[in-house]
Design a protein around this ligand. Structure first.
Ligand SMILES: [Zn+2]
Length: 243
């Protein structure tokens, strides 16, 4: 049994929960103050899941499964950048870029596109395929960007507010954050939280609803976001920094 660290609600800071059940050796609870559903523990070495080996990214690096995933990612990304055509002199950063699909698409649409991928092996793979700069740490990332994207990332992060504050600080004053995550407020999710395909508590720590996502963004210094749901079961936020 690994040593565990305890989560408190990342939106309101309360530790007061309604216990919803257990899955994969982790407890799932609902914040009684703000309603956020979240995974109550994570392993002390949780970060290694993303930085060591190829286990987490296995499905994205093998040639045949990777190819189908990649085409899917490109299709999804294309629908998103339609919203960004008005931005001038564009520079973009995709955080948690994995195979680099979105980085490549942004580059092909005229952006100076960079990625950030914590897994060194995956970052090398993405660099070779995109020809773009793929960082493995925030330390080498140089602000500012007109757009910073998080595709299926924020639910993995142990401190989402700190992460989004860092993103805000790397945006231009009129910059745009684009963030998507499983929709923790979707009726089909709430009807069967433990059975939902997105309830993977070894990697997914937070299940944001529109309300909790809006509150999280407000806490991190963003204006109320525009919300979109282009894919069933997912929620996308487009948010601008307050200052
Ligand atoms: Zn809460």
């Amino acid at each position: 049994m690994p040593i565990m660290l305890a989560n408190i609600c990342c939106v309101c800071g309360s530790a007061d929960i309604e216990h919803l059940g257990e899955k994969h050796g982790r407890d799932i609870g609902k914040c009684t103050v703000c309603g956020l559903i979240y995974t109550l523990q994570y392993a002390l070495d949780y970060g290694k899941l993303y930085t060591e080996g190829s286990l987490y990214h296995a499905e994205r690096i093998g040639h045949i499964p990777y190819r189908s995933r990649y085409l899917h990612d490109l299709h999804v990304a294309a629908s998103r950048i339609e919203k960004l055509k008005h931005i001038q002199h564009p520079r973009s950063l995709d955080v948690g870029c994995a195979n680099g699909a979105f980085v490549e698409l942004m580059r092909d649409n005229g952006w100076r596109s960079e990625g950030l991928e914590l897994n060194p092996g995956m970052a090398i793979w993405a660099t070779e395929h995109t020809g773009c700069t793929i960082h493995t740490s925030w330390e080498t990332v140089r602000a500012p960007f007109q757009v910073i994207t998080y595709h299926d990332v924020i639910e993995h992060v142990t401190d989402p507010i700190a992460e989004l504050e860092r993103a805000r600080d790397h945006l231009t004053l009129d910059g745009l954050l684009i963030l998507d995550t499983p929709d923790g407020g979707a009726p089909e999710f709430l009807a069967d939280v433990l059975g939902n395909k997105h309830t993977k508590p070894l990697e997914h720590l937070w299940f944001f609803s529109q309300q909790s996502l809006e509150e999280l963004l407000r806490e991190a210094g963003f204006f109320p976001p525009e919300i979109d749901r282009p894919i069933p079961g997912k929620i996308v936020a487009y948010a601008r920094r307050c200052s």
